[in-house]
Write a protein that binds this ligand. Sequence first.
Ligand code: NAG
Length: 336
Amino acid sequence: MLKRGGNMTEATENPFASLHYSNVYLTILALFCFKLFIKISLNCLSYFYIIRGNRKEAARISAEFYDFGQGHRSWADRSPLHDAACQGRLFALRNLLLQGHNVNVVTIDHVSPLHEACFGDHVACARALIAAGANVNITTIDGVTPLFNACSVGSVSCAEVLLENGAKPEALVFQPSPIHEASSKGSSECVETLVRWGADVDFEIPHLGTPLYTACVSQEIECVRRLLREGANVQKGIYMESPLHAAAEKDCTAIVKLLLDFGADINARNMEFQRPVEAAPPSSLTEGFLLVYEATPQPLSQLCRQRIRDCVGRDRFHLINHLPLPNTLKNYLQYR
Ligand SMILES: *[C@@H]1O[C@H](CO)[C@@H](O)[C@H](O)[C@H]1NC(C)=O
């Protein structure tokens, strides 16, 4: 009886207990599923948030997912012509063109094969593409032209080929500007080429300022020298901030010296009403240099040179060579 009673208690307890435990398991399972659901939704959300409205990013992500190991710049929709131009394979490029591939084919970002050839500094490919009718003024969705790409990598030869074939040397105001790009990347030869083909040396962009200012911010002294020799206005920077302010802030004494040689105003004030000497880092070399410069009278020759250059005017600098003056003087006037 006792044994049976024990059995009975077990029998009455067991169904209850298993029911209790299965409830707990169900709850845990439900919680787990719920957490998983939240996690997946969050991932999806962040993924679409990242790529929303950003086609370039979308293209990059899709390229990463679907285009394994084909180089770092492989968009999902690149053509064989893009690949050949990017890698500078002239023979393959010519064959593709002979087979009738469209020379102006673009990716979703509107990158053309000519963009690729210029970015890779492949001048022979650029020539072949242009000969086959590539549009030299074509822009990507970001407003980048092949000329901008050439300046970005300092490819003077590509820039020359583009300009010879009618590329416009200057961008619109709110588009990436080749001369600013060349100035910030330190490609003084590209700067010279652009100016020779008619780019305005003082082309001002609201958020970047002048090319000279860009070169000072990037501390590219060769570009600063080239721009000044081409007649860039030494005072023009961005809003009230002069190139001298930028060079002083960067503590770049060599550029500060160069700007002063070209007549930069040491007393110009920026938006914070600071003079260049006040914009320089405290007790820096540049601050010391400017303090000494302020206290030293300028040589008469330097003052005369500036006066004469002002009288001649930027548009006539190239005529200085024809003045009936000794060569030493002509060179001095041209900072040679
Ligand atoms: C490129 O654009 C410039 C300025 O808009 C124009 O003068 C030139 O003819 C264009 N070049 C070609 C090849 O279309």
